[in-house]
Design a protein around this ligand. Structure first.
Ligand code: RAM
Length: 361
């Protein structure tokens, strides 16, 4: 049974990823396997999980973010590094200064040579990092994708900040509320290859097909590459190219902050709505000056914390990444691995003028 369950899970994972555009529903729910897997701690293919194994001491973890100069990734990784201390391990952050597709490959190779127990990666491109990650796994290094997934065959688990479907659909709802569900809209994304943004955008496009949004028209998806200056310029370009634009969704903390800065100093302030995913600390002044009415995010600290505990549980043999396995994530409590090796942190929070002062990250 152990081996029979493993193969379908992997196949399902690959099929689900590639069929996302055609069948968005496949991503949202559980599979038949979830019932039969739950409670079966041995449903892990070659390895078998021992949920009672103690966390090993002295584990060496490495966080490899999309890019090191992204304030969001810094919060996530610092929280993961602190979590590692909590369970007697050590962690560090290394990574590129740009979020381009192949920028993480040389870092993976170095971390493998350094014999880390686990590599935690926010993938800039689901395919570019896949081969090197498979080589790492062949050397018994555990791979935890967080924030932005790679191909399910190239990692053990994916720690998702929230349901991808919920993020994508809620972004459209938020903007619709702000523009009376009417007018031209654009998306200012991160890089064109980013797995997380691309998944969210597909759900946004699907949400926009609903009758209640029939008067909203997505005119352009622009890419600021999670580069502040480029995102600023792309915002300017969008507003010039589409004079009737009523709103922008920027599902990236770098993009939304740059877009807000541009809009707040322009004639578009108060006329063009902006929402997306941002950190309260970066967005506070734009909420206070009226540029932004509402946006959302999860707590990035909890994402890094959960990812670190998942890496420790994998490296200690408590879990193998199979659906239904459970592990204890410190102060976040027990977590269960879902379909496709995905663990979801929790629902996002919407921030607005009323609540933003309660959040500090
Ligand atoms: C940016 C990155 C990251 C994303 C957040 C919301 O910091 O693109 O991957 O999760 O925004």
């Amino acid at each position: 049974m152990t081996i029979r369950l493993r193969a379908p899970r992997r196949l399902l994972a690959a099929a689900t990823a590639s069929a996302l555009a055609l069948s968005l529903a496949a991503c949202g729910g559980t599979t038949k396997d979830s019932a039969s897997d739950s409670g079966d701690a041995k449903a892990g293919g070659n390895a078998s999980a021992n949920p009672n194994a103690p966390l090993k001491k002295g584990l060496k973890l490495a966080f490899l973010p999309k890019q090191v100069n992204n304030p969001y990734e810094t919060i996530v990784d610092n929280a993961g590094i602190a979590a590692a201390k909590e369970f007697g391990g050590e962690a560090k952050e290394v990574g590129p200064s740009d979020a381009s597709a192949s920028s993480q490959v040389s870092y993976i190779n170095t971390l493998v040579q350094q014999r880390h127990d686990a590599i935690l990666i926010a993938a800039n491109d689901e395919n570019a990092v896949c081969g090197p990650l498979k080589q790492a796994r062949a050397k018994k290094i555990k791979i935890v994708a967080y924030d932005s997934d790679t191909n399910p065959d190239c990692r053990d688990v994916f720690i998702n900040q929230a349901s991808s479907e919920e993020i994508g659909r809620s972004e459209v709802k938020l903007l619709a509320e702000q523009i009376g569900s009417e007018g031209e809209i654009a998306i200012l994304s991160a890089t064109a290859n980013a797995t997380n943004q691309n998944t969210w955008i597909k759900f946004m496009q699907d949400e926009l097909k609903k009758p209640e949004y029939s008067k909203m028209k997505l005119v352009k998806v622009a890419y600021g590459d999670d580069d502040d200056q480029k995102s600023f310029q792309q915002t300017q370009g969008l507003l010039q190219a589409y004079p009737n634009l009523k709103g922008i969704i920027s599902p990236t903390t770098v993009g939304i902050a740059a877009a807000a800065r541009y809009i707040s100093g322009s004639k578009y302030k108060g006329k063009v709505a902006l929402t997306g995913l941002g950190t309260p600390d970066q967005m506070r002044k734009f909420v206070k000056d009226g540029t932004v009415k509402g946006f959302e995010l999860w707590d990035p600290k909890n994402l890094g914390y959960l990812a670190a505990y998942a890496a420790a549980a994998l490296s200690s043999g408590q879990i193998t990444g199979a659906e239904g396995e459970k592990f204890k994530a410190g102060k976040l409590g027990e977590r269960t691995i879902g379909a496709n090796g995905e663990v979801i942190l929790g629902p996002p929070t919407v921030f607005d003028a009323k609540n933003i002062d309660q959040y500090h990250f």
